[in-house]
Design a protein around this ligand. Structure first.
Ligand code: UD1
Ligand code: UDP
Length: 361
């Protein structure tokens, strides 16, 4: 049995690390995994570090396609992935999340009538301006197995009529919790890091913030204020944001560091006093490590965290960001209901993939 995995962006490496291991352990030599790295993320601290630290098998193919526009990246990936699918003839194609690599992998497979399994299916922000929303809706539409991380993701798909289609939907929990649980004991303090616990851990890279000069300026003002008046702001800066900050002539006067590996990121999550982010994955990781989260977006796919008061949406409003951070800094949040499945998602997904390939679903 052959599973063809398409990955290309940082969060996908972290998710694939756990599933690759489960494919090897639960699949008990019955499954061969072929890994394709599209090259969407290519700096060593956005890509190689995850393969080394997390022991992800070396990709069988690296397409080297990154740095272009959405259309360029997606189109070039589609063409190359199709060629590889014809050579490899897999039983199933596995895609993760909502990036351009996700859509390219799913679309190439669908055009060749190869079944697609989508990890993190059913998530919605209901904002079609986001490239991720377009990618995830289209990927769900052409997937045969929809691995949903939450009850709400299932509800979203049901509302879109998926329960009337001949596809398989499962609430398996969130594979990012599997990663957090598995790797937490191996956390590494970032080299040269000397701040005391209780700093604010920030990440910033979403197109809706970085590509909108007013939003970006308002966020930068808030981060600078917090750093000088409330608590040190530690910001492992995404290369996209670094480039735009320079282009816009903005001054980001916080504790800037280069993007870190996942084990270093876990250490920062364990030692921070609060997470301030526009990332999808980091919102949940704050929760996995019992930290309050303030999210610089207008919508989130992880609504349950807002509902239980673990996460607060503040958009890109300077004062709202500052006041909400002040209110939540140091607050501990607890996962009473095991909202994301507790770390067993990968195992469940592999059992389902096996059953599907064997025609037992
Ligand atoms: C992508 C995903 C986003 C995800 C994020 C994870 C899409 C549409 N977006 O956003 O959903 O949250 O990855 O981090 O797929 N760059 C580098 N080096 C790298 C990677 C990127 O310099 O290793 C720079 C390049 O200028 C590149 C830009 O960042 O053009 C944007 O990269 P891209 O992968 O298109 O989008 P992300 O913002 O990373
Ligand atoms: N991450 C990391 N190093 C960093 C920043 C983030 O390892 O410097 C991890 C983070 O812990 C999470 C994933 O990258 O597991 C989230 O990726 P990102 O925020 O880029 O994408 P998103 O989740 O928004 O798609």
């Amino acid at each position: 049995m052959k599973v063809f995995t398409v990955i290309g962006a940082r969060p996908q490496f972290i998710k694939a690390a756990v599933l690759s291991r489960a494919l090897q352990i639960v699949g008990k030599q019955k499954i061969t995994e072929v890994i394709v790295h599209t090259g969407q993320h290519y700096d060593s601290n956005m890509s190689d570090v995850f393969f080394t630290e997390l022991g992800i098998p070396k990709p069988n193919y690296n397409l080297g396609i990154g740095g272009g526009s959405h259309g360029q990246n997606t189109g070039r990936m589609l063409e190359k992935i199709e060629e590889l699918l014809i050579i490899e003839q897999p039983d199933i194609v596995l895609v993760y999340g909502d990036t351009d690599s996700t859509l390219a992998g799913a679309l190439a497979a669908a055009k060749l009538n190869i079944p697609v399994a989508h990890v993190e299916a059913g998530l919605r922000s209901f904002n079609m301006q986001m490239p991720e929303e377009v990618n995830r809706i289209l990927t769900d539409q052409i997937s045969q197995i929809l691995f949903c991380p939450t009850d709400l993701a299932i509800t979203n798909l049901e509302r879109e009529g998926f329960n009337k289609k001949s596809v398989h939907m499962f609430q398996v929990g969130d594979v990012m919790q599997d990663s957090a649980v598995y790797y937490a004991p191996y956390a590494i303090k970032p080299k040269g890091f000397s701040l005391v616990d209780g700093f604010i851990l920030a990440t910033l890279h979403r197109a809706e913030n970085t590509n909108n000069p007013e939003r970006l300026a308002a966020i930068v003002t808030a981060l600078n204020y917090l750093h000088h008046n409330v608590a040190s702001v530690v910001l492992p800066l995404h290369p996209r944001t670094r480039k735009i900050i320079i282009e816009q002539g903005l001054t980001l006067d916080v504790h800037l560091i280069d993007p870190v590996g996942y084990l270093e990121m876990i250490w920062l999550l364990q030692h921070t006093g609060l997470v301030l982010t526009d990332s999808g994955g980091v919102q949940k990781e704050a929760f996995f490590f019992n930290k309050a989260c303030v999210t610089m977006r207008d919508q989130t796919e992880w609504v349950e965290l807002v509902e239980i008061g673990a996460n607060t949406l503040v958009g890109a409003h300077t004062n709202k960001i500052i006041e909400t951070v002040k209110l939540n800094l140091g607050r501990i949040v607890k996962d009473k209901d095991s909202l994301y499945g507790g770390g067993r998602a990968a195992e469940k997904m592999v059992q389902i993939i096996l059953a599907y390939i064997l025609g037992e679903l």
